[in-house]
Design a protein around this ligand. Sequence first.
Ligand SMILES: [Zn+2]
Length: 906
Amino acid sequence: MTYSISLMGRLVWLICVAGILPVSLAGQARFEYWPGASYDPAVPTHRKVLGHDAGERISSHANLMKYLETLAAAAPNRIRIFEYAWSWGGRRLVYAAVGSEANIRRLDEIRAGMRRLADPRRTPEAEARKLTASLPATVWLANGVHGNEISGPEASLLVAYHLLAARKDKVADEILANVLVLIDPIQNPDGRDRFVHHFQQSEGLEADPHPLALEHSEPWPGGRTNHYHFDMNRDWFALTQPETRGRVKALQEWYPLVFADLHEMGSDSTYYFAPEAVPYNPHLAKDQRDSLEWFGKNNARWFDRFGFSYFTREVFDAFYPGYGASWPSYYGSVAMTYEQASARGLLMRRGDETVFHFRDTMRQQFVASISTCETAAQNRQKLLENFYRYRQTAIEEGSKESTREYILPRRGDTSAVDKLASLLAEQGVEVKRATGALQNTDKQYPAGSYVISLAQPAKRLIRTLLDANVPMEEEFIKEQERRRKKKLPDEIYDITAWSLPLLYNVEAVASGEVSRGSFEEVKAGSLPPGKVTGGKAEVAYLAPWGTAASGRLLTAALRENLKVWSSDKSFKQNGKEYPRGTLIFKVKESPPSLHESIQKLAAASGADVDATNTGWVDEGVNFGSRHVLPFRRPTIALAWDQPVSSYSAGHTRFVLERQFHYPVTALRARLVPMADLSRFDVIILPDQGMGGYSQVLGTAGPGKLKNWVAAGGTLIGLAGATSYLADPKVGLLAVSQEERPRAAEPPKKPDPPEARVAGKVLAKEDDYEKAIQAEKELPDPVAGVLARARLDPDHWITVGLGETVNALLQGREVYTPIKLDKGVNAALFLGPDQLLASGHLWEENRKQLAYKPLVVVQREGRGLVIGFTADPNFRAYVEGMNVLFVNAVFRGPARARPGAGTLLEE
Ligand SMILES: [Zn+2]
């Protein structure tokens, strides 16, 4: 057949673009996604299963599943559905393998073949040649990771239908002969349904193209994110969400050679596909960058033919490994992002007055998907060979570069070390655990330490995730500096620092030598259980503080109404050092079942507990000291809804609820001024979004919060909330947000301003540069770096932690340190030469951030105000800040005293 668009197709197409036809085309000329195609009537259409044509409605997750399952039932020899995860909201995530009958019959063989090809150590070249000659190319079409990006999921079902039903279609036949297509229709079902529900609720008599119409304007938190408001296109290496974890596992079963992540962008745009924008991650292989061109060019060919506008090489880069367009690259895939201008509903009017329909956006996604599969079909063998070579060269590079191994010594926050090892294993990195003492060069590491050899297929992923820094191209940085000077926004799309050891605040030793010792393989998810040493205690159980595991032990104990004390001073007993913050469970003040409870909780939390038969200590404070304080079981409120940043609120709730298993009450922010807050022990104000807290909490909010704190509450502000608390009109935190430092005081301006000013000679370019600087402005925004802060070793909020923590900094907030008479700078950024742990930080910001606070604690009456100037729960990445945050939430209330009484100094 030819590819010319039939006259009718073209007519319908043009009319639709012009928005003349009514929304429903039922009974009239059918909208054609692949003009001229004829279809096998035995394969059910959208209309037959869901009662309307594809694109007439925006399908819920349930309807997407229903149609996919009906297709599978109608053509069981050509399509197979695999379940890979469940969302928090209880929705199923699946992918469908669509292919020729021959390929569907040999799915197990294909999967096994890809696994063989993935390990050149087990698979010699001769066997690899046989595999590359016989295996199909595998393409994974991932859709709807952002739930309000609606065209991909619908289009993906059309791709399945087209491949199953198209008759004598040259392109479809070529794809089926050479490619196994893995269709992941909806990566974020909770977000999708949130969008669809809102859309349906907002609909009126007819679809409204006005961009401001309610149906296009989503309420907080929007459909982009999942249940805990995670942007799952940032979760790929952190794997905090079940949806991502399931997908990463599935990808490692198939190693798809091509991974296309189909998104949507702003409505006034067109369509974006590969090649990507700079900067490129230096750990990408040249083959991968070259093959992006094949896919881009073929997409362009089809888009030109159909008259679709598009762009490449702008905006969307793949530097950072948290995207779907980048993470699969590090096992050897060709990973790409596609971006379609969104209708965000059924009809949308652009700035240039043209109106487009949801169907049009689906069609472009459909064409891009088919074109991608066609490119893979035409390059089948080359893609397979490149994949094998990618894995082979990774091993070679790792065997000869100066870093041969990464060692994760098992000390400090041991639960973070264990979690990091497991996280790496989960994404295909081979990790070994030393079963005894470990020797590398002349250094000894404790038993249980982890070793990661670079001589393995995942070498480039290891370097990307464990190196302290992944540099951006110098030319790119130069260009950003040029832009910054002119106050043009920078072109860095996401954060510039994500090194996992730094995020986890654990050591990672790069060694040029291979370790000696005995090892076992680390399996994903195999975290060591905690245990009780010393049998049944007569006096107390002691749990050293400073790990997420001990945090989970605390929260679980509080939920079981066990009495827990904490020592603010370190002590030594039976020859063992117990750090500040050690948890103490006193036998005589607990129920008789304490021993069984502690055993159960230790095992579940992963915390190690010691039994002791004496209250006598060799050094430090006893269990009855005034430095040993009881915990309360706090009731926690978390500000929710406008003006709260949905991300910060969701991530904070996730950290407390899913990492520490402690419930929070989500409290609509606008209720704060009128609600009875007395039942809450802790109120957390997450980062703020548009408008800010001052707009929503109004004039009554600050007084309400102040009285509540004075009566014994613990108020915690995160990131932007700190600027609200510090606002002089609010007056809850005695720090100030800083502007950019000025080189010199500006000359005094007459008041009122005069029409003319005195002349001034600008003798040099430099004088001109100074003359155009704004008099007052915030520091330049930071794209996302890791910055080191030192901890005050005398303050209770730092118990269990080492000397420093790393904070993930984004944005333009810098605060003055708090004065000694007002409070404590419990965490303070290091000096200008030490503070940057990773990433790209502008010179001026680095200088200004030095010696500025990360955490301030201020007493107000009987309560406390705690300000975190950077969000400790950012994307739940910063494992190393967990203990600090848990200290604030659970130790704050133990120090706030609603019942009056004397206050201990801290
Ligand atoms: Zn997106």
